[in-house]
Every structure is written in structure tokens, then in C-alpha cells.
Design a protein around this ligand. Structure first.
Ligand code: HEC
Length: 104
């Protein structure tokens, strides 16, 4: 029988969510949408939370002011990264930008 205590994990998630909400720049639901799209499409190469042991590119280091570069690279692809144009809606790419900008 497992005696794992889940409340601790819940508290950690609550802290992360609060930090993101306090950023103020992006609506929390947009950040959440970005996190969901990220988990589905980006995490296999970029790691579970913007980076990973064998991550293609550490997205935590992506310059926060360069939205146009982000949208361009994601839409058209870059070197080994496939283009996402046609696979993701503009709204989803905006949500990804929100998620990456908040950096959580
Ligand atoms: C098939 C693996 C793969 C997937 C899936 C993938 N990427 Fe990438 N990504 C890469 C690689 C490899 C690079 C490094 C490209 C380079 O600079 O050579 C990269 C680079 C980037 C960069 C930096 C581009 C720049 O301008 O320097 C961003 C931003 C990025 N990815 C976002 C995303 C997002 C958002 C998703 C999900 C929609 C995603 N990636 C999915 C492989 C992937």
C-alpha cells in the first residue's frame, strides 16, 4: 500500500500557479493553455518544463523581449525544429509565448 502524501505536491503546484498569476502580463488562463499545448507538442524535444537533460534548446534562456523571433521560429521552424505553421493556431502560439515568457 502506498503512503505517498499528495498534499505536498498540491501545495507546490499552487505556489507555481500563484507566481505565474502575479506576473500580471499574461492572463493565467492563457498561460495554462500554453502549458497544455507545450506539454503536447514541445516537451518531447524541449523537456517537460522548458528544459530537460537532453533538451534541444533551453527555452528558459529565450530572450523575453523577442516575441517576433519566437513566433517566427515556431511558425517557420529552425534547423532541426519543424515548422508549426498549419499545426498550431495563432492563438495557440500566443499562448505558448505567454507560457514561455512567464517561464514556469
Ligand atoms: C522535433 C524536436 C522539436 C520539437 C517538437 C520542438 N522543437 Fe523547438 N527547437 C528544436 C531544436 C533542435 C531547436 C534548436 C534550433 C537551432 O537553433 O538550431 C529548437 C529551438 C526552438 C526555439 C529557439 C528558436 C530561436 O529563435 O533561436 C524556440 C523558441 C522553440 N524551439 C520553441 C518550440 C515550441 C514552442 C515548440 C512546440 C510547439 C517546439 N519548439 C517544438 C526542436 C524541437
Amino acid at each position: 500500500m502506498s503512503r505517498l502524501t499528495l498534499p505536498a505536491a498540491g501545495a507546490a503546484i499552487a505556489i507555481v500557479a500563484t507566481a505565474a498569476a502575479q506576473d500580471g502580463k499574461f492572463p493565467p488562463e492563457q498561460v495554462r493553455q500554453g502549458a497544455a499545448v507545450y506539454a503536447q507538442h514541445c516537451s518531447p524535444c524541449h523537456g517537460p518544463r522548458l528544459y530537460g537533460e537532453e533538451s534541444a534548446f533551453d527555452l528558459r534562456t529565450f530572450p523575453r523581449g523577442e516575441r517576433a523571433r519566437f513566433v517566427n521560429s515556431v511558425t517557420r521552424g529552425k534547423n532541426a525544429m519543424p515548422p508549426w505553421d498549419g499545426l498550431l493556431k495563432a492563438e495557440e502560439i500566443d499562448a505558448l509565448w505567454a507560457y514561455v515568457s512567464v517561464g514556469e
